[in-house]
Ligand binder design. Structure first.
Ligand code: DGY
Length: 323
């Protein structure tokens, strides 16, 4: 009997491809570049399922010629590359990979916060450029992390992981803003206090963005919000580009109306706003918050489990739009 056909829009981990091959006829993307939208649409035409990553846009156009398509399993917890209402209308299930990346991503968020507050990238570039010729009392003096006020915008699993690290590891005073308040139990575990967005902006010494991207979070941090932050504050974005207005941020960094920023995600990535590349007080990383070998393997396996769970056993693990 012919196996059902699926598309791996990115070929990740040979062992995951082999696992999927036990159940499906797997067509893989042989290149390390994402498919163009037209190519993705063309390849989906005869597939029942797709293994996707954040760069693969699934919307009405990509699904229009794919009458057999039943599931797209995203190897990411974020799924703003999916047009979920369009998928629901076409009865295509979307799945994501929560939980398996929470702690790894929170580790990275914290690392980026520390690198930003303590000016690690700037000082490393300075040293590599051969400019270090004497000790100086204020050379790359940054801001303290321990004992400072940590603000978190978006208090899902990853936000809570960052809060725990800050409160329990670094004695930080943690405040957060989120669409909904945590339960008193979770607030106690994270030692976090709920505040309004304005209080968060005005009070945080370090503000970490961990909210999902949607039309309502587009440019949640723009010129007006940046103007409300302390001139000594740092901003860290490990959520999604588009949540921050990168041009406004570059202007604020250049004018030093905030002290520094650490960015792992960018609007229109992998392109980076040119102004961000020319300001010194920003640490830039290429969307690697979940990138450890064990975590990326766990994410790939979970996406594969969702395909197998749904197409073979009728039960996906992480449905985003169940019927
Ligand atoms: C996610 O899981 O959403 C990450 O951004 C991808 O690494």
């Amino acid at each position: 009997m012919n196996k059902p056909r699926i598309l791996m829009a990115r070929a990740v981990f040979p062992e995951v491809i082999a696992r999927l091959g036990q159940h499906f006829e797997v067509e893989t993307n042989r290149s390390d570049e994402p498919f163009s939208k037209a190519e993705l649409a063309r390849r989906l035409q005869d597939k029942v399922g797709a293994f996707t990553t954040g760069g693969d846009r699934i919307d009405d156009e990509t699904m229009a010629g794919a009458p057999l398509l039943k599931i797209c399993a995203n190897m990411a917890v974020g799924y703003n590359n999916f047009d979920v209402p369009a998928m629901t209308a076409r009865r295509v299930l979307g799945t994501n990979t929560p939980d398996v990346l929470t702690e790894t991503t929170a580790d990275f968020g914290f690392a980026l916060l520390m690198a930003t507050a303590r000016r690690m990238a700037e000082s490393e570039h300075f040293l590599r450029a051969g400019k270090w010729n004497r000790w100086s009392y204020d050379m790359f003096a940054g801001s303290d992390v321990h004992g400072s006020t940590l603000g978190i915008l978006g208090m899902g699993r990853i936000g809570q992981g960052i809060a725990r690290r800050g409160a329990h590891g670094f004695g930080m005073n943690v405040i957060y803003h989120n669409r909904s308040r945590l339960t008193p139990d979770l607030e106690a575990q994270c030692k976090a206090r709920y505040v309004t967005k304005d209080e968060l902006l005005a009070t945080a010494d370090h503000l970490v963005l961990v909210l999902p991207y949607s039309a309502s979070s587009h440019h949640a941090i723009g010129a007006a919000e940046l103007a409300k932050m302390k001139p000594t504050a740092t901003l860290v974005n490990i959520a999604r580009g588009g949540i921050v207005d990168d041009a406004a941020l570059a202007a604020a960094l250049r004018a030093r109306t905030i002290a520094a920023a650490g960015l792992d995600v960018f609007e229109g990535e992998p392109k980076v706003h040119p102004d961000l590349l020319t300001v010194p007080n920003v640490v830039l990383t290429p969307h690697i918050a979940s990138a450890t070998v064990p975590t990326r393997l766990a994410m790939a396996n979970l996406a594969a489990d969702n395909l197998i769970g749904f197409l073979v056993h009728g039960k996906p693990l992480n449905p985003l739009n169940p019927e």
